[in-house]
Design a protein around this ligand. Structure first.
Ligand code: TYD
Length: 408
């Protein structure tokens, strides 16, 4: 089941189609052999709203088919993300004078998230996640959890049970929830008057600048810019009082949001408004340019793989959602990439969505080092290069497609 829209999911204006990536499987639906015949597909096409400038998917599989008891992504597979959340917990305590009794809520805390670090320091917290397996993993670490989809209805229950929150966080979550109005209504309902909502998600400017079109897949129903986020905030009497550009997810933006007039607005906010204005971010030509760059990227990447695979074995490092978009859009199968290696137990010995490339564990990679390796998890490349520096030669062996297809 999928949901298609002809109107902006936020403001209901008519949308304008941008890039269409064609028939796509569910990005994180890694398959057992016997599941291949029942695989489902949808049309991965993007659009933007000329009124509020929200960049979004036209069609999205139902959230229930994406976030469930077999959700494939466990955040603890990345040391970098663990450090990221640990640092954020310290920042919240120091910069916002968080007290132990203040309630902090994390929407989409996966197998621990930032609230796990608040829990370790004895702070009042609540994690909310719709996927049962990752919620159970968080629970086993002692994190207070509600295993549910966050929306306005749930916010009423939370308010009755726990009271209002001083801080609400969502990291790589807001972009996943199609009913964005219900999320903001819920946050408005739950946040203390001087509370703050922090959200970090892939940043549209990075996506367009790097042609990292692989950030576009079923779970990312929205890719936000400062302009679109600002338009959403205004409707709920919120304002963005600070922004922080992050390296996570290949380039993200962290937005600090409060009720209008409650905090001093940082000069960072205007800096990024100016940047978006300077690159003509709200013009139709920007979207046409992005479409052309995606097609160019696809052609160059396929040509490179075809050339290298003539005399070499190529593997892929990290069975990511992102690589589902790349492999299906570029029609890359085992003729070009022999196998994918990944450390996540729920992905190992399965097949990649759509193109059915086998996924093997790290031991297999070690025992069968390829000639070249595509960085499917390119957003973790620093961590991967460090890990592999004495194993898989770092220079001249890795293939990337961002910002252009090349060997590094
Ligand atoms: P992620 O960054 O979440 O990408 P996406 O959101 O596109 O799915 O996933 C990274 C994947 O890479 C995850 O499956 C774990 C894997 N991985 C490894 O196998 N080894 C590593 O050293 C790292 C850092 C990640």
């Amino acid at each position: 089941m999928t949901m298609r829209t002809n109107n902006c999911r936020f403001c209901e204006s008519d949308i304008v189609e941008a890039v269409n990536f064609g028939k796509m499987p569910i990005a994180n639906a890694f398959l057992k052999k016997e599941e291949i015949k029942n695989e489902t597909f949808f049309e991965l096409a993007t659009c933007y709203c000329p009124q509020c400038f929200l960049f979004q998917l036209i069609e999205q599989p139902n959230p229930e088919s994406l976030f469930h008891e077999n959700y494939a992504f466990f955040a603890n597979t990345s040391n970098y993300m663990q450090k990221h959340f640990s640092e954020l917990s310290n920042k919240l305590i120091e910069n916002f004078d968080l007290k132990k009794n203040d309630l902090t809520i994390e929407i989409g805390n996966n197998d621990g998230g930032m609230v796990k670090y608040l829990k370790d320091k004895g702070f009042n917290h609540l994690g909310i996640d719709p996927s049962k397996n990752v919620s159970d993993a968080a629970k086993s670490k002692g994190v207070n959890i509600l295993n549910n989809f966050f929306n306005f209805e749930l916010s009423k229950k939370i308010k009755n049970l726990y009271g209002k929150a001083k801080i609400i966080l969502s990291a790589n979550t807001l972009a996943h929830i199609p009913d964005i109005n219900s999320v903001f209504q819920g946050i408005e309902n739950l946040l203390e008057d001087d509370g703050i909502y922090i959200t970090e998600d892939p940043y549209q400017v990075d996506l367009f600048n790097k042609t990292s079109y692989d950030q576009i897949y079923d779970e990312h129903v929205f890719i936000f810019s400062l302009n679109s986020m600002n338009n959403i905030c205004k409707k709920y009497n919120f304002e963005i009082f600070d922004v922080e550009h992050l390296e996570t997810a290949g380039g993200s933006m962290r937005y600090y949001i409060c009720k209008i007039g409650k905090r001093k607005i940082s000069s960072n906010v205007n800096k990024y408004f100016d940047l978006e204005k300077k690159i003509n971010f709200l013009q139709n030509s920007t979207y046409i340019d992005f479409k052309n760059k995606c097609e160019q990227s696809k052609n160059n990447f396929v040509n490179l793989l075809e050339k290298l695979s003539k005399n070499n074995i190529i593997a892929s490092y990290g069975a990511t959602s992102k690589s589902t978009t790349i492999f299906n859009y570029c029609q890359i199968d085992t003729k070009l990439i022999k196998y994918i290696t990944d450390t996540t137990s729920t992905k190992i010995n399965k097949f990649s969505p759509g193109m059915h490339i086998p996924i093997y564990d790290y031991k297999f990679f070690n025992d069968n080092l390829p000639d070249y390796c595509f960085l499917g998890a390119w957003n973790h490349s620093d961590e991967i290069f460090k890990k592999e520096k004495n194993n898989f030669s770092v220079n001249g062996k890795w293939i990337t497609h961002v910002p252009e297809a090349r060997v590094i």
